[in-house]
Design a protein around this ligand. Structure first.
Ligand code: SF4
Ligand code: SF4
Length: 444
């Protein structure tokens, strides 16, 4: 990272620069209010302060308001899922997510990071071995804390941890993360002649290790070479969403260094949030990188793909529509915001599902409406998150599926919680899991 060029986030110079760049972005909003109709948070609270237009009104006076009451400004800015629904529907093309990210950086730079966030963002996420060890220890000791909630959904209650987790229904941790089980991977390209960098992402790596295994199985089945360095770290989205741009840049820099060790054709991930973050947010900070890093980030923007997009659009696997069997399971697909709104991927996962005769795809109403997870949003605003999610759950249940499938691990967690809390008997899977199950096992 070019430390001499850019001022440190939180410095007076940096904060002033952020304010100036925000001013330039804000002028394009014409206060039409069309963002109200699509904002899930507004749809739950009906508060103008929660929708983009209300936040933009606050940001026009950001310096003054922050000095007056920084905590309240921080709270208001954080009442947003960063789902992007407002941005894709804004007639003036306002760069809303960039505005929100910069504003959060400004306020976090002014307020400083809290202790817990500092420990996680600066001392856990940048250290993959420590993170894996913490996951393994938590997995080893989790049993006494968990009570089975909904076996079909695969969730547990954690009454003893209510102080931290509320009444959430959660999946249990695997014995070991995917990356600690597999170590570094360097598999040469097979029949496809293509080699990818596999970026599992923290949630598929630590929590849904089966999802990472399914991704690996699919890539190997299609003769794709795989490079996965052992020192990959978090993509940085939790840090960035909390305004910790310094932590975010540190993680980006570590990942760029790890990925520079081998050439590869595409970077592939089963996490839509990671893919969207790499493509949309890593380049937002180009002025903070050195020349080599700038080039690497620019190359990654075009090379980064969600796994379903890679299979259909890059690898050109022919997923021919199949006639569903008589006893085919009814499946409905939830479009995660990062997959559809950020990456523009919606047809590819559906093509995969429709090629599997064991499944019959039925569309739910509002399939692309946000599920309410929003990463850290659900941690700090669980009541609103659940309220938004209940609408998603009602839409799912309305088509009476056997299972709901999605393309983002954060949505997986949210859907599991919602369906389990409603005692619904509907399984929740990532699309690559159901596809991988149809492929023959091979030595991995
Ligand atoms: S952000 Fe876009 S949609 Fe919302 S008020 Fe401004 S111009 Fe209208
Ligand atoms: S990003 Fe999503 S939650 Fe945030 S203001 Fe826009 S529509 Fe609302």
């Amino acid at each position: 990272m070019s430390e001499n060029v850019a001022p440190q986030p939180g410095s007076f110079q940096e904060l002033a620069q952020l304010l100036m760049s925000l001013d330039n972005l804000l002028v394009s909003c014409m206060r039409c209010g069309l963002c109200q109709a699509v904002c899930p948070v507004y749809g739950s609270t009906f508060r103008e302060a929660d929708v983009t237009r209300g936040k933009i009104a606050l940001l026009e006076n950001l310096a003054h308001e922050t000095i007056k009451d920084p905590k309240s400004v921080n709270d208001r800015l954080n009442r947003c899922l960063l789902c992007g629904s407002c941005e894709v529907n804004c007639p003036s093309g306002v760069n809303i997510l960039e505005i929100f990210i910069k504003a959060r950086s400004f306020v976090a730079g002014y307020l400083g990071l809290g202790l817990v966030k500092r420990l996680i963002f600066r001392h856990l996420l940048p250290h993959p071995r420590l993170f894996n060890l913490a996951t393994r220890i938590s997995g080893f000791f989790q049993k006494p804390f968990l009570k089975v909630a909904n076996p079909l959904v695969g969730t547990h209650r954690a009454p003893i941890l209510k102080m931290f987790l509320g009444d959430r229904h959660i999946p249990s941790l695997p014995k070991a993360s995917f990356s600690s089980k597999r170590g570094a991977l360097n598999i040469p390209a097979g029949s496809s002649g293509i080699k990818v960098a596999l970026f599992p992402g923290c949630v598929p790596d630590k929590l849904f290790a089966n999802l990472s295994e399914a991704t690996l199985k699919i890539l190997r089945y299609h003769g794709v070479g795989i490079f996965m360095p052992e020192n990959l770290v978090c993509c940085g989205i939790p840090s960035l969403a909390s305004g910790d741009s310094q932590g975010f840049l540190g993680l980006t820099s570590q990942n760029l260094k790890a990925l520079s060790k081998q050439p590869f054709d595409y970077l592939v991930t089963p996490c839509a949030t990671c893919a969207a973050n790499i493509k949309d947010n890593w380049p937002r900070f180009l002025d903070k990188y050195g020349e080599e890093e700038k080039k690497a980030v620019a190359a990654l923007v075009s090379k980064t793909m969600d796994i379903t997009q890679f299979l259909v659009s890059a690898l050109k696997v022919e997923f021919k529509p199949a006639e569903p069997k008589n006893d085919a399971k009814k499946v409905t697909f939830h479009d995660s915001c990062h997959l559809k709104k950020s990456l523009g991927v919606a047809a590819q996962p559906r093509a995969i599902i429709q090629s599997l005769p064991d499944y019959r795809l039925v569309e739910m109403p509002e399939a692309d409406r946000c599920c309410g997870n929003g990463g850290s949003f659900t941690l700090f605003h669980y009541d609103i998150s659940k309220d938004i999610g209940q609408r998603k759950r009602n839409n799912i249940v309305s088509v009476k599926p056997d299972l709901v499938v999605t393309g983002c691990p954060a949505c997986l967690m949210q859907l599991m919680d919602l369906l389990s809390q409603n005692n619904d008997q509907i399984a929740v899977k990532h699309v690559v899991e159901i596809y991988a199950d149809t492929l023959p096992d091979q030595a991995a």
